[in-house]
Design a protein around this ligand. Structure first.
Ligand code: RTP
Length: 135
């Protein structure tokens, strides 16, 4: 089934020059980049995006990190785009992410873990609206 997923290369990934490498992994998999923007996000957007984590002790640091530089926000489209994006990305903690996944190959730190991908179709729709407005 053709779906749209929201994917975002976080500021550490952008700073380290990983945009091209990461986009090509999605393209090689067969997911199509249908919208993309390099931008800074406001603290308000970051707080909304990570609202489900607002009671965590690391919430303040997470908002600082995600607003610390440009992010590369993307909409990828294709068959089971949400599930397929998550499997390309790998588990939250790069230490547990297998080699071959983006976090497994490019991350070391559970907080600064290079990339975000929506975890459900519902959240994908919400995140696309939050970052791109109506598309
Ligand atoms: P994301 O939303 O960024 O794709 O990550 P996720 O679903 O794999 O993980 P989630 O539990 O929603 O956590 C969101 C982001 O918070 C940061 N984090 N820091 N310091 C910590 O222990 C910690 N745990 C999570 C990571 O940047 C994680 O991706």
């Amino acid at each position: 089934m053709k779906e749209k997923a929201f994917v975002m290369i976080k500021p550490d990934g952008v700073r380290r020059g990983l945009i091209g490498e990461i986009v090509s992994r999605f393209e090689h998999k067969g997911l199509k980049l249908v919208r993309a923007e390099l931008k800074e996000i406001s603290r308000e957007t970051a707080q909304t995006h990570y609202g489900h984590l607002k009671d965590k002790p690391f919430f303040g640091e997470l908002v600082d990190y995600i607003t610390s530089g440009m992010v590369f926000a993307m909409i990828v489209e294709g068959q089971s785009a949400v599930t397929n994006s998550r499997s390309l990305i790998g588990p939250t903690n790069p230490a547990e992410a297998p080699p071959g996944t983006i976090r497994g190959d490019y991350g070391l730190d559970v907080a600064e873990n290079v990339i975000h991908g929506s975890d459900s179709l519902d959240n994908a729709a919400k995140e696309i609206r939050l970052f791109f407005g109506r598309v």
